[in-house]
Design a protein. Structure first.
Length: 290
């Protein structure tokens, strides 16, 4: 069972290439700041613009750098089941602790198609799988009933739920069982998500404010929602500012302000507008990061 604050790690670039030194430094910093697990090469890791070879390199390097100190949940999703099998098999071989698998995007499978896709990935390797349900990006939305069917498989262990609908937590507890791990994929609603039965967040903001996010999650998991609300008040402007433009661009800009990596993103993403930078600067100051 994974729980707490888990950054959806950015993938640092320098002059268009992977910046593996910066990546290793980020891993060290995240562990030192109290992050409970690391999640490389998800959407925030710019997986859509990484080659398969780059994707595998990032997974391998994060696993090596983490060195068993915290779990690594490797992004391994694709809308091509054959490619997803390759990524899940590689994650297992590299020593990742689980794979994060997004619902197939663009080709819009039915619920039956999603069942077949995840069953194939479940069967291809001896590795736990976390479903990533993000209909805002993938267009398809896995229903609680479908998730309940997948939860019967021994290595389908949980979900990163980025629907923004906290009622889903209760609905999925009903179909999947109370022990099925539910992680928020939406920073702003993570407080309510955990109140409904969630146990953590795969977070974009945790790239920038890992200690605050870890302490916020610890407060919710201890049932201290008054303390958690104080953290929420500090973090909310940062959540909003990071997502003014695509979240990875916001996170990388903020990390560049902290001297941890460049703000370089790959096209079709672009660097931030000056107005967004100003909003992020103000939010970082509000959170006590600058």
């Amino acid at each position: 069972m994974f729980k707490g604050s888990m950054p959806a790690l950015v993938t640092p670039f320098r002059n268009g290439e992977l910046d593996l030194d910066a990546l290793k430094h980020l891993v060290e910093w995240q562990i030192g700041e109290g992050s409970a697990a690391l999640v490389p090469v998800g959407t925030t890791g710019e997986s859509p613009t990484l080659s398969l070879e780059e994707h595998e390199t990032v997974v391998e390097e994060v696993v090596k750098a983490a060195a068993g100190r915290v779990p690594v949940i490797a992004g391994a999703g694709s809308n091509n089941t054959v490619d997803a099998i390759r990524l899940v098999e590689f994650a297992a071989k590299a020593g990742a602790d689980a794979a994060l698998v997004v619902t197939p995007y663009y080709n819009k499978p039915t619920q039956r198609g999603m069942l077949a896709h995840y069953k194939a990935l479940h069967d291809c390797a001896d590795l736990p799988i976390v479903i990533y349900n993000i209909p805002g990006r993938s267009i398809v939305d896995m229903s609680p009933a479908t998730m309940g069917e997948l939860a019967k498989l021994p290595r389908i262990i949980g979900v990163k739920d980025a629907t923004g609908d906290i009622a889903r937590v209760s609905q999925q507890r009903a179909t999947c069982g109370a022990d099925f791990m539910q992680l928020s994929g939406e920073d702003a609603s993570a407080l309510g998500f955990n109140a409904h039965g969630g146990v953590g967040c795969i977070s974009v903001t945790a790239n920038v404010a890992p200690r605050l996010c870890a302490e916020f999650q610890a407060a919710t998991l201890a049932g201290d929602y008054a303390k958690a609300l104080e953290y929420q008040d500090r973090l909310m402007p940062l959540h909003e500012a990071i997502f003014t433009e695509p979240g990875v661009a916001g996170a990388k800009y903020a990390l560049s302000k902290l001297g941890l990596c460049s703000d370089e993103v790959r096209l079709p993403l672009t660097g931030l507008e000056d107005s967004t930078k100003a909003a992020l600067d103000a939010a970082m100051k509000h959170a006590g990061l600058l």
